[in-house]
Design a binder for this molecule. Structure first.
Ligand SMILES: [Zn+2]
Length: 100
């Protein structure tokens, strides 16, 4: 019997928040997304193998990887705050410090 097994990646947009970008230091919409890689059997996704979270700046296109805990915290912050409310603090990250 022939088994057709493979991998497929799917990306989901979870939320969008207006916040300060940690890369270009400009207030812009940040898209929180989740990318999952699935094992497929006969081209049908069966089980997720890996899951990655990231925010993408709509101004500069820069992406920042997040842990699952950080993504969950950010998602709950975005869902709890109204669209015109204060900036979610989870997205306002200080720039990496320069070694002196
Ligand atoms: Zn940016």
């Amino acid at each position: 019997m022939l088994w057709i097994v493979g991998l497929r990646q799917k990306s989901y947009r979870l939320a969008t928040a207006f916040a300060m970008c940690s890369l270009c230091h400009t207030p812009a919409a940040q898209v929180l997304s989740r990318a999952r890689t699935f094992v497929t059997l006969f081209f049908v996704p069966v089980a997720p193998v890996t899951t990655r979270y990231q925010t993408t700046c709509t101004m500069c296109g820069g992406a920042v990887k997040l842990t699952k805990e950080a993504a969950d915290r950010l998602l709950s912050t975005v869902q709890a705050a109204p669209a015109t409310g204060p900036l979610p603090e989870a997205l306002v990250t200080p720039p990496p410090s320069e070694p002196s």
